[in-house]
Design a protein around this ligand. Structure first.
Ligand code: 2BA
Length: 111
């Protein structure tokens, strides 16, 4: 059996629709709470174990349900400078749809 582990980092707003799609189609998933290293806001990481022939199907569900969104980030003011020297302007950052890693599983057991 050729098993893959799909690790998908998705935005919290998209998770319920994605999980519904997966479960309706008999695909199991584990949901983990996560935090993005850059924005430091909450996200959800799903562990999805599937056979190789189901990978494209899962990618399809991810594309259908995970939307790209824009967020404004305000860079930190430079330390040790007067406020007039550096007034931080919000910068727009595009987040998502989903960040996906697909990993070969050497062995899969349920004991
Ligand atoms: P965050 O690290 O919070 O990043 C959120 C968004 O900020 C990213 O969206 C990207 O558009 C932007 N960004 C990240 N690092 C940046 C930087 N050094 N300079 C400028 N902009 C930056 P996405 O690329 O859609 O990533 C969404 C989330 O997926 C990330 O949240 C992180 O939790 C995860 N992720 C992305 N790339 C990853 C990687 N190579 N390894 C592990 N996790 C990753």
């Amino acid at each position: 059996m050729d098993v893959k582990l799909i690790i998908a980092i998705v935005q919290d707003q998209d998770v319920n629709r994605l999980l519904e799609k997966l479960l309706d189609n008999g695909i199991g998933a584990t949901k983990l709470a996560s935090t993005g290293g850059f924005l430091k806001v909450g996200s959800t990481t799903l562990l999805i174990g599937v056979e190789n022939h189901q990978v494209e199907e899962v990618l399809g569900y991810l594309r259908e349900t995970c939307k790209a969104r824009k967020q404004l980030v305000t860079p930190l003011a430079a330390v040790g400078r007067s406020i007039s020297a550096f007034i931080p302007q919000p910068v727009e950052v595009k987040v998502g749809g989903a960040t996906v890693f697909i990993i070969d599983v050497e062995r899969f057991e349920k004991v």
